[in-house]
Design a protein around this ligand. Structure first.
Ligand code: NAP
Ligand code: MG
Length: 398
């Protein structure tokens, strides 16, 4: 059999622990037998990040800007315990944070639906994609504990030295205060990424904030979305037969739990953090969630939404069998291969991505799955496979 040819390489970012093992299995058993895989390889495993003073992460992000499509394995974000475990030179920053800052993107997370794994919310029949703004607000705040009586003000000092003040509160006793910010540029990038993604996937776009209470801050988000939409997207949405609307976050929450699914819900940074955990848990499993970072310049980085599955890796190191779900990592690869195929006009590559996804879903629906799904499925007599057996079952079907 001749293998499917590629034109432009994918940026391949290898990672850590159990997902690093799965990464190799997917390449060896699912992709390389069928595709003449071309990648620019960057080893983001913690040992190599340490050896290169995290330079490899920056190089990988730069390569992504140059080549346009990347696929990333889950990586360890070091804490004190990891510094000790790996003998690190320092507590390196989160690679996802570094890459996100360089690509200026929005993160889109969507559940992978299979028959037999039922959403907790009965009305959900199609995926709900959360689009999370990844800059500012409470994640870049300044906060203070107020020890006692006194006045707190916001002070803006312009470049020419003039000041504008706004009273926050006249404290009679102890309390707390917090300052947050965002940037017009970042909000506009967020809006464009959301509109592009909606067009790309042919889904409606919802956007929600609390602008009735936050009349300047949240209202700015609402206005920027409206301005960008009217200027550049209204016609294209009409042509594609999809809709954009803004609604209050309370209203959005109420509508989401009664909806059928099949739309994108754009959220501010904090709302997206919380709502994506709610949506993914209610759909069934973190191991069945795709995640893609989309930059306003049209650059795509695909990954799994879960971490390196540390507990399973330690079992694997002890020589014990594991049953780790590779679906989200497989879909990171298919997402990247499909996008590469679309950009390079390689229908055979797009079709391969479709077939691999179908083989994965069909395998689970036939009753062959990993332990995390076997525990929650409504199918009778599911077979619990090991990490390797599950990949092999998909390979056989493919
Ligand atoms: P995790 O890898 O998300 O796993 C947490 C638990 O969720 C696992 O112990 C397992 O539960 C279950 N699980 C997650 N993915 C699974 C899968 N594919 N198949 C089966 N079960 C799965 O989080 P963690 O173990 O707490 O974190 C490990 C490392 O991941 C950390 O160092 C963290 O920095 C990193 N991390 C990286 C990313 C990223 O690169 N995108 C994201 C999050 C975390 P059971 O043990 O009950 O089976
Ligand atoms: Mg969260």
């Amino acid at each position: 059999m001749t293998k499917i040819e590629m034109k432009t390489p994918l940026v391949e970012m290898d990672g850590d622990e159990m997902t690093r093992i799965i990464w190799q299995l997917i390449k060896d058993r699912l992709i390389c037998p069928h595709v003449d895989l071309k990648t620019e390889y960057y080893d983001l495993g913690l040992a190599n990040r340490d050896a290169t003073d995290d330079g490899v992460t920056v190089e990988a992000a730069e390569a992504t800007k140059r080549l346009g499509v990347a696929v990333k394995c889950a990586t360890i974000t070091p804490n004190a315990a990891r510094v000790e475990e790996y003998g690190l030179k320092q507590m390196w920053k989160s690679p996802n944070g570094t890459i996100r800052a360089m690509l200026d993107g929005t993160v889109f997370r969507a559940p992978i639906l299979v028959k037999g794994i039922e959403p907790v919310v009965r009305s959900w029949k199609a995926p709900i994609t959360i689009a999370r703004h990844a800059y500012g607000d409470v994640y870049k705040n300044a906060e203070m504990r107020i020890p006692g009586a006194g006045k707190v003000e916001l002070v803006y000092t312009a470049a020419d030295g003039t000041e504008v003040r706004e009273l926050v509160h006249e404290f009679a006793g102890a309390g707390v205060v917090q300052g947050t910010h965002n940037l017009d540029d970042s909000i506009e990038s967020f809006a464009r990424s959301c509109f592009n993604y909606a067009l790309d996937t042919g889904q409606d776009l919802w956007f929600s904030t609390k602008d009735t209470i936050s009349k300047k801050y949240d209202h700015r988000f609402k206005d920027v979305f409206a301005e960008v939409f009217e200027a550049d997207y209204a016609d294209r949405f009409a042509e594609a037969g999809i809709e954009y609307f803004y609604t209050l976050i309370d209203d959005a929450v109420a509508r989401v739990v009664k909806a059928r699914g099949g739309f994108i819900w754009a959220c501010k940074n904090y709302d997206g953090d919380v709502m994506s955990d709610m949506v993914s848990s209610a759909f069934g499993s973190l191991a069945m969630m795709t995640s893609v970072l989309v930059s306003p310049a049209g650059i795509y980085e695909y990954e799994a939404a879960h971490g390196t599955v540390q507990r399973h890796y330690y079992k694997h190191l002890e020589g014990k069998p594991t049953s780790t779900n590779s679906v989200a990592t497989i879909f990171a690869w298919t997402g990247a291969l499909r996008k590469r195929g679309e950009l390079d006009e390689l229908p055979a590559l797009v079709e391969f991505a479709d077939r691999l996804e179908k083989a994965t879903i069909d395998t689970i629906e036939a009753g062959d799955m990993t332990g995390d799904l076997a525990r929650i499925t409504v199918l009778d007599n599911p077979r619990t496979l090991s990490t390797e057996e599950f990949v092999d079952a998909i390979a056989a079907r493919l």
